[in-house]
Design a protein around this ligand. Structure first.
Ligand code: SAM
Length: 206
C-alpha cells in the first residue's frame, strides 16, 4: 500500500508513511472484507459510512503536519482507522463520532490494539471543548464551511484539514492554518468525494 499507492503519489512525510505501515488496516474492516483492506479505494463500514481510501488518509495527515507533542481532534471516527494512524503521530487524540454504534465498535478495536484514543459520541461540528485547544482538527466528512467551533478550539498556528462542499456534488479537500491575525489561510488539495458532515454547523440530516 505504502510503496504502490502513497509514495508514488507524492506522500513524502516519512512519519506518515511509517505510521501507515504500522497500523493494521485489515483489523478495522469486517473480517469478510479483510483481504481487500489495503486496496486503493474506500470501503463500507456499516451505517452508510466508509473507511477512507488509504491515499486520502495519508494526504490529509501529511497536510495536518502533526507533531509528536500535538493534541488532535479527529472528527468522524468511523472504523477508528484514521484515529489509529493519528495516534501513531500525535501526543493526544480525541476522536468524535455521531453514530454511537460506530463509536463503540471503533473504541473496542482501538483499545484491543493498544491505541490510546479517547473516542466520544456527539456532534463533531461543535468540536470537543473539554480537550481544546487543538493543534490540528482533521475531519473525514464534507461540510459547507469550517465550523466556527473548530476555529474557536484551534491553537494559533493550528491546522484544520477537511473536505468542503456538498455531499454528492463538487467537493475539495482543504487545509487551513490559523494565522496570527485571526484569519485562516487555505490550501486546496484537490477534488474528493466524502460522506456529509451532519450537525449543527454542518449539513442537516436528511
Ligand atoms: N475516519 C474514518 C475511518 O478511518 O474509518 C472514516 C470516517 S467516514 C468517511 C465519516 C464519518 O463521519 C462517519 O462515520 C460519520 O458518521 C461521521 N460523521 C458525520 N458527521 C459527523 C459529525 N457531525 N460528528 C461526528 N461524526 C460525524
Amino acid at each position: 500500500m505504502v510503496e504502490e499507492q502513497l509514495a508514488p503519489r507524492g506522500i513524502e512525510d516519512q512519519r506518515v508513511l511509517d505510521a501507515m505501515r504500522r497500523v493494521p488496516r485489515h483489523l478495522f474492516v469486517e473480517a469478510s472484507a479483510a483481504a481487500y483492506a489495503y486496496e486503493d479505494h474506500p470501503m463500507p463500514i456499516g451505517h452508510g459510512q466508509t473507511i477512507s481510501q488509504p491515499y486520502i488518509v495519508a494526504l490529509m495527515l501529511q497536510a495536518a503536519r502533526i507533531r509528536p507533542e500535538d493534541t488532535v481532534l479527529d472528527v468522524g471516527t468511523g472504523s477508528g482507522y484514521a484515529a489509529a494512524v493519528i495516534a501513531e503521530l500525535a501526543g493526544r487524540v480525541v476522536s468524535i463520532e455521531r453514530h454511537p454504534e460506530l463509536a463503540v465498535a471503533a473504541a473496542g478495536t482501538l483499545a484491543a490494539l493498544g491505541y490510546d484514543v479517547e473516542v466520544v459520541t456527539g456532534d463533531g461540528t461543535l468540536g470537543w471543548p473539554p480537550q481544546a485547544p487543538y493543534d490540528a482538527i482533521v475531519a473525514a466528512a464534507t461540510g459547507p464551511a469550517v465550523p466556527e467551533a473548530w476555529v474557536d478550539q484551534l491553537r494559533l498556528g493550528g491546522r484544520i484539514v477537511m473536505p468542503v462542499g456538498r455531499p454528492g456534488r463538487a467537493q475539495h479537500l482543504a487545509a487551513f492554518t490559523a494565522e496570527t491575525d485571526g484569519t485562516l489561510r487555505e490550501t486546496k488539495l484537490g477534488a474528493v468525494a466524502f460522506v456529509p458532515l451532519i450537525g449543527d454547523q454542518g449539513w442537516p440530516a436528511s
